[in-house]
Design a protein around this ligand. Structure first.
Ligand code: GRF
Length: 185
């Protein structure tokens, strides 16, 4: 299977995925695409000799990303910290073939504006005793696609949002690649 990763930022999850599938007979990461020309994820992709592609929001909305994915015969689209709203046309073509990871236990802390540190700050403010990750299929509504996998981690009262973020990242890195592998099988 041919995988493309879409990411807007650092790309630590993208790196784990590239590493995991490096010598896999099941899947190959054939493209890392980003709307941010200076995103660190692009340097990580170069390290793994994975081709990169950058585009603007306008270009994406005009269909350029979909064209690229189809030209590269991409089977599965993996979102790993991708911060733009995906155009409906792209979602339709890749319906049930697009996966996202969310840094909380959906349906809690999902929806517009709930990404990155905003999520962990909200979890902290609510005084929750646990948080976690959700891996889900992508549909037209933010964070509402079918949930594939969740894992939780306890929070202690002393944890800062940064510490919560670290715990969540550790879960993401541990589980995202293997959940992708079992899903594409
Ligand atoms: C992750 O926490 C992921 O859940 C969210 O964006 C973050 C990306 O982190 N959607 P990184 O760029 O993979 O380090």
């Amino acid at each position: 299977k041919r995988l493309a990763i879409l990411a807007s930022g650092s790309g630590s999850n993208a790196e784990k995925i590239m590493e995991y599938f490096q010598n896999s007979p099941k899947a190959e990461v054939v493209l890392v695409a980003s709307n941010k020309p200076d995103a660190f994820v692009l340097q990580r992709a170069e390290k793994f000799k994975v081709p990169t592609f950058t585009f603007t929001r306008k270009e994406m909305d005009a269909g350029i990303l979909l064209e690229k994915l189809q030209a590269e015969k991409v089977d599965w689209v993996i979102l790993a910290g991708f911060l733009l709203k995906i155009p409906d046309a792209l979602i339709h073509v890749y319906s049930n073939k697009m996966i996202n990871i969310h840094p909380a236990l959906l349906p809690n802390y999902g929806g517009k504006g709930m990404y990155g540190m905003h999520v962990h700050e909200a979890v902290k403010a609510a005084g929750d005793k646990q948080t976690g990750i959700t891996i889900h299929l992508v549909n037209e509504h933010y964070d509402e696609g079918k949930i594939i996998f969740q894992a939780a981690t306890p929070i202690s009262p002393e944890d800062t949002p940064e510490m919560i973020a670290q715990k969540v990242h550790a879960l993401e890195h541990r589980y995202y690649p293997e959940v992708i592998e079992s899903l594409i099988d």
